[in-house]
Design a protein around this ligand. Sequence first.
Ligand SMILES: *Cc1c(COP(=O)(O)O)cnc(C)c1O
Length: 387
Amino acid sequence: MTMTDRPTPRFGDRGDHLLLTPGPLTTSARTRSAMLKDWGSWDGDFRALTAEMRGRLLHLAGADEQYDCVPLQGSGSYAVEAALAMATRCEETVLVLMNGHYGKRAARILELIGRKVVTLDKGDYMPPRADETAEILRQRPDIDTVFLVHCETSSGILNPLAELSQCVRQAGKSLIIDTVSSLGGIPLDLASLQADAIISSSNKCIEGVPGFGFVLARRTMLENAKEHAHSLALDLYDQWDYMNRTGQFRFTPPTHVIAAFLEALRQHEEEGGTSARYQRYAGNRDILVSGLRDLGLVTLLEDEWLSPIITTFLSPDDPAYSFEALYEGMKSRGFIIYPGKLTQAESFRIGCIGQVFAADMQAVVAAVAASFQDMGVTRMLPASIRE
Ligand SMILES: *Cc1c(COP(=O)(O)O)cnc(C)c1O
């Protein structure tokens, strides 16, 4: 097949590639347009944007007046680090439920900032369950805080949030959840979940551009965190306290990113909120998964654990296959995909979030089929289940 035989690539609304990556992702023209104006960080107009954004985030997460929202410059990991430091004391023991890259990163952060870490490590793709978590909490009464990742983006697994939060609550421990890749795309109600803090960022399911993260935390937890910070720039208490006193960020805010994010929040609401977005993303995933399974590919996870955020497919066990060739084949057809992030098996990932719709997903399936045909890949089964 030559370049000219290829179907016309389906590019985004400005002729860009569609990003099938879980952030940065494909944003709307309206969101990007909101960045075409300069804002003074000190000015009342920008302070009003910041205040509206914080209020909208609390509303989106179903938070009641017990909670407040603290935005922080940087990517999601900056907010994760700031939240972990805020929520725990020096020398405190924290249980990290881990089944992938982002759980590992949280454990590493906690070690670096002088907290003691106990892990429940389920490997690449098994979910942590309530019974084993309860058992650890019973054996280790010194644990005060539990951290878990809602959607572990490294495999795409959707961890069982309701059962885990109930178990942590019953044990009377505080609960911090990394909802970076799920907030706004998977229904979550903070008031009924009763987590102490959740973390997310601008460039995932709310479909903003990258540049900051935010923490929704209990006010009582924030009030008690005055002495907890290990870092000046990542001091979430100080960020919160200063913002509540002045309406401003402590240091230079990502003004354009926040203006774009507020526009993205308005579109999230207009689309029908998190439940509508969940439907769209789940629909994208269903087209993707059934289409690629029809080609003979195998998902890493069983259906029960597949998130609507990103799906991991095991690499075909065919000598003609390479991720690089698949990547280039998809890129030439208008799609940017993601490499796998498993320690055990070769894989690739395709995201379902962002300004991506059913027709795009159908085109993605056709592009994968065409890319494999170009490469001469015929055997789609992965090595691990080769008969
Ligand atoms: C994206 C993501 C983060 C933050 O990653 P950054 O690269 O720092 O934005 C944290 N946790 C999860 C689960 C994520 O998907």
